[in-house]
Design a protein. Structure first.
Length: 380
């Protein structure tokens, strides 16, 4: 069965996810849009995408789209979709979604109508009027934007950023999908030393190690669609076996992380162990402003934001002291910050900037890869 699939993404990561699908999944029908990527494939593609995509938030099956300015239109449009091809007689099919810029603005009312329409369609298909919903979950998702409804089934369950290695995190965790995107934007593949001087819970270094080892990010977790009766279980077994065969467990890389907080170092060590990369990435306690940066390699950092862990003045003072310590380091540097004054405090204008979002926090990825990047004067 050919499926149209949709991967929601953090804003700014659409192109990276599209490339993952084109080059990793070897797909040709891939379309990047604002906040999502659409593609087509079969059940094998669905399993591969869930296991291998590093920067997507989840994998949805897109069932259809139609105008819906009234509840009657919404009901009839939902009822026309082939729910019985996916949801069995005992399947659980809860409904969630959102509405933006549409006449049907009440989400609870839309949920009620969509559920009623799906029940009507499945009742006709199975000849029953009541569903116990004791089986596997087939999460229905909807979006109503500008009076157009789109309906999906969520094959992932928990978001794809939940890899399974980070049950605990520090106070301001970096989403795994964004950490992986930072590494991909730098085109780091393990050939150069990598340093994260603000490792937190170890996310950037662990994601880098997984990329270098070719370890699929979804290997340690399960997905809702693994329990779906409409997909042969052999599809998932084969996809997992193929992913395991790709892992290069014996390769050695120079990946290190440090943090001034000892508890963060201990947390990073534990997370690396859970991720299966404990022998690949190493952590130590250190003050970022006192490290020696006179070395080759690539630096990744997600330093504290003033709006989260520190007040703005303290965060900016940290950037200034850290920037002085780095000085004219030959390391390529990729720093994620939400502070519009970051470059001034850091003492250098970035060679390139890219707008990204860490959850709901608007950030910039400041990229330094030219050794002769100009300094900028600090305000007195």
């Amino acid at each position: 069965m050919e499926l149209t699939m949709c991967c929601p993404t953090l804003f700014g990561l659409e192109g990276i996810v599209a490339d993952e699908l084109r080059f990793g999944g070897k797909l040709t029908d891939v379309r990047a849009e604002n906040g999502r990527v659409l593609f087509t494939g079969d059940a094998d593609t669905l399993a591969w995408a869930n296991l291998h995509l590093r920067c997507a938030e989840r994998v949805l099956i897109r069932l259809g789209a139609f105008p819906a300015k009234t509840f009657d239109q919404l009901f009839e449009g939902v009822r026309a979709l082939p729910w019985e091809q996916f949801v069995p007689r005992d399947g659980a099919f809860p409904v969630k979604g959102y509405s933006l810029g549409s006449a049907l603005h009440s989400v609870p009312d839309c949920q009620r109508i969509i559920k009623k329409a799906a029940v009507s369609r499945l009742s006709d298909a199975y000849g029953v009027s009541w569903f116990e919903e004791t089986g596997a979950k087939y999460q229905i998702q909807f979006s109503l934007m500008n009076d157009v409804a789109e309906l999906f089934l969520d094959s992932s369950g928990s978001g794809l950023h939940k890899r399974g290695y980070r049950a605990n995190a520090n106070a301001a965790p970096l989403r795994e999908t964004l950490a992986a995107a930072m590494v991909k934007l730098a085109r780091w593949r393990g050939r150069e030393p990598l340093l994260d001087p603000f490792c937190g819970s170890g996310t950037i270094t662990i994601e880098a190690a997984m990329i270098a080892q070719r370890r699929a990010p979804g290997l340690m977790r399960s997905f809702d669609a693994e329990k779906w009766s409409c997909i042969d279980g052999g599809v998932w077994r084969q996809a997992r076996e193929a992913a395991l065969d790709l892992v290069d467990r014996n390769a050695k890389f120079d990946i290190t992380g440090s943090d001034v907080d000892r508890s963060c170092v201990e947390l990073s060590i534990e997370n690396a162990r859970k991720a299966g990369v404990a022998g690949t990435v190493f952590f130590s306690q250190a003050d970022a402003a006192k490290l020696d940066y006179n070395r080759q390699g690539v630096l990744f950092a997600n330093p504290p934001y003033g709006e989260r862990l520190l007040d703005i003045q303290s965060a900016q003072a940290l950037y200034t002291n850290w920037g002085r310590a780095i000085g004219k380091s030959p390391m390529k540097q990729y720093v994620l910050s939400s502070d519009a004054e970051f470059e001034r405090c850091y003492g250098r204008k970035a060679d390139k900037r890219r707008k990204l979002y860490n959850g709901m926090i608007k950030c910039d990825l400041y990229m330094y890869f030219k050794h002769s990047a100009p300094s900028i004067a600090k305000k007195p």
